[in-house]
Design a protein around this ligand. Structure first.
Ligand code: TRP
Ligand code: ZN
Length: 498
């Protein structure tokens, strides 16, 4: 008998509430853009950047015409008033001549926007910048700098904003964006929630480095991605500075505010492990969290060098957050994680956080790989083999529930039926089955090299399903993958043969 999954994904999680299909948002945004170009009497060159990057599932997410290289966020939050006050400095390079460009920001009040053109050098040396005109429509913040920006030019946009950030509720009641917790708040951004706490280019295809400074009432802590570079207390308020050097997609950016026990250790190789645990979860989590260095060592052997300069975990209460998320460096867990869930979220650091999907359609490249990582862990630690798990899923006796066993075949991993389905079982289990089919075809040695090679080829970048199939074909040129692609990856329904 095959072990049951520790977590039934796609049941607790489900569809985002599609905040992007508000019918007035599109025409209004277009109208704003037209008006803005229309008043080009002052000789501003260029055209407006697109208000979305045409993601197949979330077309209005992200923006065209520029590429963010760095976010500098200074945030202050008070759990009593629930108010967030922020300054976002967004350094970006124009990819076209721009008369105007958009940022994504949902809710909150914008107080001022300025743009410094022709910025050179490090993100730290902020130029003065000139006040820019701006408009809001839906979650699009349209910025019109005084002078147009030239293709290739680096510019810095500063947005001052404040307000009570929103929690976005999915149809099944699961929540993302800015979540209020028992003792503070937690920011989670998959797939759309990061626009509730800072303006930016909120699509996974635009990754950047980050510096996040969070000020909270003294007695609380603020934990985020990357390394803690500074900590200070003044006038009853405590500030925490977190630096993320490696490129990060905004959906895996996080801030956790509350009472946390913070433990800083290192692995044998000297990698910092920063673990923040809600004190009520400390005892129950201790044994599992102590396993992080061992899991990372195992994962490095399986997937190649750990892609980031720090690691760890954030553990909140189950009442605070309904699911785990692979926030970069430091995944978030709802209560004490078990080893399988830890393996899953840590594997995402390679597959999802370092190699990030090109669009939300490529989600199986995250979840199929993280699920397969759990299978490999089981196999390597005396549990069921991946072959056994595959066979159990194929025979329909994996889950305790026939409906769940059938749901594996609801749609092909590489073509979820809609935005509501990107976290369903075909993306997770059937995605992992695709990888197992490849392993059967190429053998263990080549497959092992493929996993490492794939992580290396797109390290700190983005990749699509087409990139993946091309990579596999190149890595095993003497094998045929047509049936796997046609029947398992892109084909509707349950493939006729296991
Ligand atoms: N990525 C998370 C995991 O499997 C699950 C998840 C959380 C998710 N929020 C989501 C999946 C939104 C899709 C969409 O570890
Ligand atoms: Zn996952």
């Amino acid at each position: 008998m095959v072990s049951r999954p520790r977590r039934i994904t796609g049941v607790h999680r489900s569809s985002p509430a599609l905040p992007f299909t508000v019918p007035v948002a599109v025409p209004f945004t277009l109208a704003v853009a037209l008006v803005l170009t229309g008043c080009g009497g002052d000789g501003v060159q260029g055209r407006p950047g697109a208000s979305g990057v045409r993601d197949p599932y979330f077309p209005k997410l992200g923006n065209g015409g520029y590429d963010v290289t760095h976010y500098g966020l200074k945030l202050a939050y008070d759990p009593d008033t629930e108010r967030l006050t922020g300054t976002a400095e967004i350094t970006a390079r124009a990819t076209q001549d721009l008369s105007a460009f958009n940022l994504d920001l949902k809710g909150l009040d914008v107080e001022a926007v300025s743009v410094a053109a022709s910025v050179t050098g490090a993100a730290a040396e902020a130029g003065a910048g000139e006040d820019a005109r701006w408009n809001r429509a839906g979650h699009e913040l349209t910025v019109r700098p005084r002078d147009g920006l030239d293709k290739g030019e680096t510019f810095r946009t500063t947005v001052r904003y404040s307000g009570v950030p929103e929690t976005l509720t999915d149809p099944d009641g699961s929540q993302e964006g800015w979540l209020r917790t028992a003792d503070g708040a937690l920011a989670l951004g998959e797939p759309t929630g990061s626009m509730t706490w800072f303006p930016g280019n909120h699509h996974p295809s635009d990754k950047a480095s980050y510096d996040i400074v969070i000020t909270v009432p003294e007695g609380l802590r603020a934990v985020s991605n990357g390394e803690l570079t500074d900590e200070s207390t003044r006038d009853g308020r405590a500030s925490f500075s977190w630096h993320t050097a490696e490129p990060m997609a905004s959906y895996v950016a996080t801030v956790a505010i509350g009472r946390y026990d913070l433990t800083r250790t290192t692995t044998k190789d000297g990698l910092p492990v920063v673990v923040a645990v809600d004190p009520t979860q400390a005892e129950a989590s201790r044994a599992a969290l102590a396993g992080i260095p061992g899991i990372l060592e195992w994962a490095e052997a399986a997937f190649g060098p750990y892609p980031f300069s720090s690691s760890g975990a954030i553990v909140d209460r189950e009442d605070d957050v309904g699911y785990a998320l692979e926030t970069q460096n430091r995944p978030v867990f709802p209560g004490a994680p078990d080893t399988g869930l830890l393996v899953h979220e840590l594997a995402h650091q390679w597959f999802g956080d370092s190699v990030t999907p090109g669009s939300w359609r490529d989600m199986w490249l995250n979840e199929g790989f993280a699920t397969y990582a759990e299978w490999l862990w089981e196999e390597d630690h005396g549990g069921d083999t991946a072959e056994e798990i595959f066979n159990s899923l194929y025979s329909g006796d994996y889950f305790d529930d026939p409906e769940l066993d059938a749901a594996v075949w609801a749609f092909p991993p590489a073509k979820p039926s809609g935005a509501a389905n990107i976290s369903d079982s075909p993306v997770y289990e059937r995605g992992a089955m695709v990888l197992h089919k490849i392993r059967r075809t190429v053998g263990d040695v080549v497959f092992h090299n493929m996993l490492r090679g794939w992580a290396a080829a797109h390290r700190h970048g983005n990749a699509t399903t087409a990139d993946f199939t091309a990579y596999v074909e190149k890595a095993a040129p003497d094998k045929h993958f047509g049936e796997i692609w046609d029947d398992w990856l892109y084909g509707e329904g349950k493939p006729a043969r296991p």
